[in-house]
Design a protein around this ligand. Structure first.
Ligand code: FES
Ligand SMILES: [Fe+2]
Length: 416
């Protein structure tokens, strides 16, 4: 259970909020590159961290992410003409480049050159720097002097044929997604029947430790009879990434649209070979939800409005614990069901929530460190060279050192 104040600290992401400012110190996914595939193609709307923006690719292929509001009289730049090196507002013709500079002001032909230069210098539109990695456009919305290098995120380095990515909107706060992603207990219940977890071997050990990239969440299951502990170690890379230990490997990114909506990017990838048809089939079946968006939208076909197409007969027969198809659907349904922003002051936490409690404490500590000007995790690109993993270790083996070592991956796999 958290106080209302703590819940606000962790969940609110608008500009000026503690979590919003912390997240803005990292690269944030704004869109898939294919959404603005060609130079001078149609701009797209992007809502990110509570801000309304417009994304476009200029004539030279450079990517710009600018405020949706034209600084002249606040018309939407979404309707703009993308032509010859910039986006032109269609209301009175002001034109902006990817860096937000106004470089044409045709609505005041009578102005002298000096007057025009003055006007242009005043008419800058807010813009955020962008970079393309892994067929995704990423943006940095923080203070320019703190902009980090792009992290060595493994799935962004592999070839197109080694990666399968989708995204969909979750109608809830980002932290519900992240907490669901690191909730060890729900695998046995919510996803029961899909992941084949043996309920007779229960999780008895919960470890959450800070690292140079974020934290690792370790859950230990004791098979009894003095045998080694079965550790499942998941990595959380600041500020909202998870790498999943599976074949193929997988990743989730919970990018806040605003306080009450989240864009979940899901990526499956293979570091050393192309994905096969069988891999793709498995990925799509597992997700259930976001391979099947309503055409032209980022909203899943199985959604809140139709109760995720729950099949009560399947639920009753035990063929599926939930009656909902796909792990992605199950996660989305249950996380959205908690409300747009879960009221964590109304919870009754149990022993099985130990990992969640520790994650919240660590996030609150990171907020405090940020406020105190202390160094943040994940600022060095190579710190992201990690994967989630599973291993067996004797009961008395120290968790921290072993887990930190076991999640590391070699640099060669990260070659561009
Ligand atoms: S509102 Fe954009 S040019 Fe006037
Ligand atoms: Fe889940």
């Amino acid at each position: 259970m958290l106080s209302q104040h703590e819940n606000d600290l962790l969940t609110r992401v608008g500009a000026g909020t503690p979590m919003g400012e912390l997240m803005r110190r990292y690269w944030i996914p704004a869109a898939f590159s294919h959404q603005i595939a060609a130079p001078d193609s149609a701009p797209v709307r992007v809502r990110l961290m509570g801000e309304n923006l417009v994304l476009f690719r200029d004539t030279r292929g450079r990517v710009g992410l600018i405020d949706e509001r034209c600084p002249h009289r606040t018309a939407s730049m979404f309707f703009g003409r993308n032509e010859e090196g910039g986006l032109r507002c269609v209301y009175h013709g002001l034109k902006f480049d990817v860096d937000g500079n106004c470089f044409d002001i045709p609505c005041v032909p009578q102005a002298s050159e000096v007057q025009k230069r003055n006007l242009l210098s005043q008419l800058k539109i807010k813009s955020y720097p962008c970079i393309e990695r892994g067929e995704v456009v990423w943006t940095y919305m923080g203070p320019p002097s703190h902009k980090p290098e792009f992290p060595d995120l493994e799935w962004t380095r592999v070839t197109k044929a080694q990666r399968f990515a989708t995204r969909h909107i979750q109608e809830c706060n980002w932290l519900q997604g992240l907490e669901g992603g690191f909730d060890p207990t729900h695998l046995t219940f919510l996803h029961g029947g899909d992941v084949g977890r043996d309920r007779s071997i229960v999780v008895t050990l919960y470890e959450v430790i800070p690292t140079d990239f974020g934290f690792v969440v370790g859950t230990g299951r004791d098979p009894g009879e003095g045998r080694d502990i079965l550790w499942n170690v998941n990595v959380m890379l600041m500020p909202f990434h998870k790498i999943i230990s599976s074949v193929p490997h997988a990743a989730h990114v919970w990018a806040p649209i605003d306080d009450e909506n989240t864009m979940l990017y899901s990526i499956d990838f293979t570091p050393n070979r192309d994905l096969t048809e069988a891999d793709l089939e498995r990925s799509k079946a597992g997700r259930g939800i976001h391979t099947e968006n309503i055409p032209g939208t980022d909203h899943a076909i199985r959604n809140k409005g139709n109760d995720y197409l729950i099949d009560r007969a399947q639920q009753a027969s035990g063929a599926s614990f939930t009656g909902m198809k796909g792990l992605g659907t199950q996660d989305c349904a249950i996380q959205e069901s908690m409300g747009a922003i879960a009221d964590r002051s109304a919870e009754h936490l149990l022993a099985c929530d130990a990992a969640i409690i520790k994650i919240r404490r660590l996030l609150l500590q990171t907020l405090k460190d940020h406020a105190d000007g202390k160094p943040l995790p994940g600022m060095r690109p190579e710190s992201y060279r990690v994967r989630s993993t599973r291993y067996e270790a004797p009961r008395d083996a120290a968790f921290t050192a072993l887990a930190r070592e076991r999640v590391r991956i070699d640099a060669p796999a990260m070659a561009k």
